[in-house]
Ligand binder design. Structure first.
Ligand SMILES: *Cc1c(COP(=O)(O)O)cnc(C)c1O
Length: 359
């Protein structure tokens, strides 16, 4: 009997979601964002599944792992390079770093690394990382012998009503010299929600994995298909009595005699510990309510609605028929965090691979 959880990663769904990006932003080149192990899906495998112009990661060591695995396409390192040694390593790996402060740009100028395209990251309103627009414009002049692009990150594009998204795009587009270099703006929410964010290059992440970037909706509403299905087996069924308390802290008290199911997955696998009573789990195609506290390796279900439940039966924690967005909302977080948080002990099973790897 299967006793442990696993995650299925559907490459056909990945390819479908990429096609959606192409449909929405037909004029853009795509950096598929595969930071954080491709949001928990497996960076090397996801890269092999996607026919794109390049990949974006947050950190240099993520880029290095892709190169070691044989990935040859362009790599954008979005998080900056913090020393001359890191810059030299980026050049050696053939990565295109984003540079977000004067010291980083200065090093590029000093190194004279003219074959290395760099992206000036401009702060247009997120106020996290980035050069001020005027500062970026000055650097564009000083770096005129280098291949340079302009990049910015959108702060509130997940709220289509927020005018800041359009303003951020216009701030980048209006920067002196912007018309002469490639622009790199849209994340998933920008791509889907704002025409001005569909720039020469775009950086879709979450939508490739089938999840909507917008608050209060799911990927299906954007014609996306969920890529990860997280499954775990039913490992015990207990007949409990009225008044019995379930699990740590005994937070759930049985209102009557009832069957309780134990599923072999917990927060040690990345299932959110804050999922409250009533969070749905799919068992035999039905939504069954979670009850009691999620433990490290297990969680418990109220089985009153599924008399046919049996040991070894496989439950779905999230996937196409149970959006991760819904579980995230119940647990007070976002789909990004749940996908990224699936831990290393959960094996990933890749299905529907393309017959020829793309790198
Ligand atoms: C993570 C990230 C993205 C991708 O964002 P999604 O919302 O997942 O599409 C794009 N750009 C930057 C700078 C990022 O850090």
């Amino acid at each position: 009997m299967i006793s442990a959880p696993w995650a299925t990663i559907d490459h056909a769904a990945l390819r479908h979601n990429l096609k959606r990006v192409r449909e929405v932003a037909p004029g853009s080149r795509i950096w598929a964002v595969i930071k954080a192990n491709a949001y928990g899906h497996g960076a090397v495998e996801v890269a092999r599944a996607l026919m794109v112009e390049g990949f974006a990661v947050a950190r240099l060591d993520e880029a290095q792992r892709l190169r070691v695995a044989g990935e040859r396409r362009p790599l954008l390192v979005m998080g900056g390079v913090y020393s001359a040694a890191a810059l030299a390593q980026a050049a050696e790996l053939g990565c295109e770093p984003a540079l977000h402060d004067a010291a980083q740009v200065h090093r590029v100028k000093q190194a004279g690394a003219r074959s290395l395209r760099v992206w000036l990251k401009v702060n247009t309103g997120m106020n996290r990382l980035g050069l001020a627009p005027e500062e970026a414009a000055r650097w564009l002049v000083r770096l005129r012998d280098h291949p340079v692009g302009l990049m910015t990150h959108l702060a509130n594009a997940d709220d289509p009503a927020d005018p800041l998204t359009e303003i951020q795009c216009q701030r980048l587009r209006a920067l002196p010299g912007a018309d002469a270099c490639p622009l790199n703006i849209g994340n998933s929410a920008g791509i889907l929600g704002c025409a001005a964010a569909r720039s020469d290059w775009v950086r879709p992440g979450i939508m490739l994995y089938g999840v909507s970037p917008f608050l209060g909706e799911t990927g299906v509403q954007r014609s996306l298909r969920s890529v990860m299905t997280l499954r775990a087996p039913l490992i015990a069924i207990n007949q409990c009595q009225s008044g019995d308390r379930i699990g740590y802290g005994g937070s759930y008290i049985c209102p009557e005699a009832m069957p309780i199911g134990v599923i072999g997955i917990g927060y040690g696998d990345g299932y959110p510990r804050h999922a409250p009573d009533g969070t749905p789990v799919l068992l035999g195609g039905r939504r069954v309510p979670l009850i009691g506290r999620v433990s490290m390796d297990m969680l418990t279900l109220d089985l009153r609605s599924v008399p046919t439940a049996h040991l070894g039966q496989v439950a779905v924690l999230w996937g196409q028929d149970l959006p991760v967005e819904e579980i995230a909302a119940a647990a007070g977080t976002i789909g990004y965090e749940l996908l990224t948080g699936v831990t290393a002990r959960v094996p990933r099973e890749h299905i529907n691979r393309s017959p020829t790897p793309l790198n």
